[in-house]
Design a binder for this molecule. Structure first.
Ligand code: NAD
Length: 365
């Protein structure tokens, strides 16, 4: 029997609620595949800061080091609550970026997937959605502005200032470019390169390297688009995109827009892949506005499980069945509150009910 260790980082806000549903699905996958998942919970994020005095405690680091994969819930507090934590220990700076750095998870896959079964949740018009949207954003995750040198101080004139650096070297760009070209090669063989070379020199180098790496992929057509224009096209004509590659901050912002065109960030799972380890998390945050109400949409967390099964454990068929089970639940007229208003005449369900229905559907296949 295959046995895998999974570090489970529930996180903050809705994290524990949506993680509980992900675990339901993992348990089902375990029983029907002769696999054992050893689930190892670890403190992470704001809750870890309050319980352990550190938002990424050493115990959690050891647990993650030992795990075959990491399943992570969203972290973070609302604006006011965040002030209770010192700036450098606040969840992103104290836990999330160090997690990404520790495992060098440079390749972030964020699917924006809107098949017919859930097309009614999108705010886009049916004629724009057509047969559905199926694109993947590939975001460089351990470089750029988020990881560059940061300096805060007071200058000679006594003015407070900040200086943050957007840094990439050619190797960092080349490795994410290869991931993007390989992905495009397996899909529609079109790669949209998102950049801002009319202003940023970092984008000039980025584009140079994309072209150099592209020479080894003559079967993939590269289309260069400025990031601001890409934001518009995502609303007006998202079906032109199949694989998009971009640097860290562009990816952070554009992928949330991806959630917008689907109808909710709750429909956005992701995979963060490094040379030796990967972790899986929803693209969204901890949704403090709805935490504790049992109404969060766990699709993003269960979708992250599906991505983990496919990418870390070679269980592509099982992953496909999970996607199908989730689509099928929505196709039956169910909705979570983030996706529809009560007047939309849908069968409104809570977080745990969605998990139960997905498990029921999955058990049928
Ligand atoms: P958010 O993504 O948490 O929420 C934005 C909106 O989307 C909210 O209205 C929320 O209710 C809704 N939403 C998000 N996920 C949902 C789901 N699964 N089901 C239903 N509705 C959902 O963004 P925010 O409010 O700007 O940030 C909250 C906290 O999350 C902040 O502390 C932020 O720093 C943190 N954050 C963490 C991550 C991460 O862990 N990777 C990513 C983004 C933001």
């Amino acid at each position: 029997m295959a046995s895998y260790k999974i570090a489970l980082l529930n996180g903050d806000g809705i994290g524990p609620e949506i993680m509980a549903e992900a675990i339901k699905i993992l348990k089902l996958v375990e029983t029907r595949n002769n696999i054992e998942f050893e689930l190892l919970p670890g403190a992470f994020g704001a809750s870890a800061y309050f319980s352990h005095g550190h938002s990424f405690p050493d115990e959690t680091k050891a647990l993650c080091d030992d795990a075959d994969a990491i399943l992570k819930g969203p972290i973070g507090l609302n604006h006011e609550e965040s002030k209770k934590i010192p700036v450098d220990m606040q969840p992103e700076r104290g836990a999330l970026l160090p997690l990404r750095r520790r495992y060098d998870t440079f390749a972030n896959f964020r699917p924006v997937y809107l098949p017919k079964a859930i097309a009614h949740f999108s705010p886009l018009k049916p004629e724009i959605i057509g047969d559905g949207i199926d694109l993947i954003m590939i975001r460089e995750l351990v470089g750029g502005l988020y990881f560059g040198n940061k300096e805060v101080g007071t200058n000679e004139e006594g003015k407070r200032y900040v200086n943050e650096t957007l840094e990439y070297d050619e190797d960092q760009i080349a490795r994410i470019a290869k991931v993007a070209f390989n992905t495009a090669q397996k899909r529609e063989k079109v790669l949209h390169n998102i950049h801002k070379s009319n202003v940023l020199k970092s984008s000039v180098l980025w584009n140079e390297i994309i072209s150099e790496v592209g020479d080894n992929y003559p079967d993939v057509e590269v289309k260069h688009i400025l990031v601001d224009a890409a934001a518009t096209y995502l609303c007006l004509n998202p079906r032109q995109f199949d694989v998009m590659v971009m640097e860290n901050m562009f990816g952070d912002i554009l992928s949330d827009q991806g959630g917008g065109i689907l109808g909710s960030l709750g429909l956005m799972p992701s995979a963060c892949v490094g040379p030796e380890k990967a972790y899986y998390e929803p693209s969204h945050g901890s949704a403090p506005d709805i935490a504790g109400k049992g109404i969060a949409n766990p699709y993003s967390m269960i979708g992250s499980v599906a991505m983990m099964l496919e990418m870390s454990f070679d269980l592509a068929q099982e992953a496909k069945k999970i996607w199908q089970a989730m689509q099928s639940v929505f196709a039956q007229g169910y909705s979570t509150p983030d996706l529809s208003t009560p007047s939309a005449n849908m069968k409104m369900i809570k977080t745990n009910e969605f998990g139960d229905l997905v498990a029921e559907e999955l058990a049928k296949n």
